[in-house]
Design a protein around this ligand. Structure first.
Ligand SMILES: NC(=O)C1=CN([C@@H]2O[C@H](COP(=O)(O)OP(=O)(O)OC[C@H]3O[C@@H](n4cnc5c(N)ncnc54)[C@H](OP(=O)(O)O)[C@@H]3O)[C@@H](O)[C@H]2O)C=CC1
Ligand SMILES: CC(=O)N[C@@H](CCC(=O)OP(=O)(O)O)C(=O)O
Length: 316
């Protein structure tokens, strides 16, 4: 590609925004055109991100100003509920960058491509409005999808996230004092990712999230009731076949540990354990919520949208 692809990032101060900045700075084809933050307005990006050597400063850009930037790609890494005003401003300005929204705002909108490439690659090639899946939702789908057709009744998923999953806005879920020596259950029914996965898989999933004192990484333990008896070799073969060509999903024999996934781009799935009658299966998946659960997946989607190799700039 002869010119660099300009990329604007709204929500650049946040945990996900910071990860995406690192990835874009190191990427051979994208370049940062603007980074928007209210709190850091005017501050030099290089003072916050040591891998960035240019002169860009954070700017507090409202939706109209963002729409007027003329970027090739726009990433929204904002809290839920805020994307629509940016999308409306793009439409009003007749601006049509590739948009990747990290929030849950468009995950239930059929007009947007739900970008979990390992499961939906090729469903909407050329899509310019891309909704990035939730972090737990990615872990759940990777654990459940290979046996989707064999599920009998709802699947139950017990999730534990590092507290970076709760963002930077103050809450119990990212309060170090409240998390110390603790495991905090929350949203025990009807979490948005429960609805998201149920919709994507076309099968009822029941999800129980918890937040733990570590910073990053999710452990997701999925309990599946099966229509018929399976043996372990057959289960393992299903998972190995499903992810054989996926550089960002490793299938392990043993249950993966979250301590080994933090800071890594891919997900691990393993620990396949069957009940004696072969009709109940437990599978564990891990991923870094800020990477495969957010920024890495966004970059996979951006690469694909611009016709680049999906894992360009992602260290597999
Ligand atoms: N953290 C995670 O593990 C994951 C998060 N996500 C989703 O990604 C998005 C970003 O998450 P995360 O980085 O954790 O969130 P943070 O709370 O860490 O960051 C939020 C960002 O949005 C900006 N912001 C907040 N409020 C406003 C506002 N009213 N107007 C404009 N900008 C605002 C903040 O910057 P400033 O206040 O300086 O403007 C900040 O840059 C969320 O939708 C989240 O659900 C998805 C997958 C995983
Ligand atoms: C620990 C923690 O609080 N995690 C967040 C998940 C972050 C994420 O992926 O959320 P979105 O679907 O909002 O993008 C939560 O449960 O809301």
């Amino acid at each position: 590609m002869s010119h660099r692809i300009s990329l604007g990032l709204v929500g650049a101060r946040g945990h996900v925004g910071a990860e995406l900045i690192k990835l874009v700075v190191a990427h051979p084809c994208f370049e940062l055109a603007f980074v928007s933050s209210r709190e850091r307005d005017g501050q030099r990006l290089a003072d916050h991100e040591p891998t960035y050597a240019g002169g860009l400063r954070y700017a507090n850009l409202d939706p109209t100003a963002v729409a007027g930037q003329g970027v090739d790609a726009l990433v929204l890494a904002l809290p839920n509920g805020m994307a629509a005003t940016f999308v409306a401003a793009l439409d009003a300005a007749r601006a049509d960058p590739v948009v990747v929204d990290l929030s849950a705002d468009y995950r239930f909108d059929d007009g947007w491509y739900y970008g979990l490439p390992e499961l939906n690659r090729g469903v909407a090639d050329g899509a310019r409005r891309i909704s990035n899946p939730g972090c737990y939702a990615t872990a759940m789908q990777l654990a459940l999808a290979p046996l989707r057709d064999a599920l009998a009744g709802p699947a139950q998923c017990f999730g534990v996230s590092g507290y970076s999953g709760a963002g930077t806005g103050p809450s119990d879920k990212n309060d170090p004092d409240k998390l110390r020596d603790n495991l905090m259950p929350y949203a025990l029914v009807d979490h948005v990712h429960e609805r998201e996965v149920t919709r994507q898989l076309g099968h009822v999933v029941e999800f129980m999230p918890h937040v733990a004192p570590h910073f990053r990484g999710i452990t997701l333990t999925a309990n599946m009731h099966l229509e018929r008896a399976f043996d372990r070799d057959e289960v393992l073969a299903r998972f190995r076949d499903a992810y054989a060509d996926e550089p960002l999903v490793d299938v392990l024999d043993a249950a993966p540990w979250v301590s080994r996934i933090a800071g890594r781009h891919g997900a691990e799935v393993g620990g396949f354990t069957l009940s004696a009658d072969g009709r109940r299966l437990v599978v564990v998946s891990t991923l870094d919520n800020l990477l495969k659960g957010a920024a890495t997946q966004a970059l996979q989607n951006l690469n694909r949208a611009f016709g680049l190799p999906e894992t360009m700039g992602i260290d597999t």
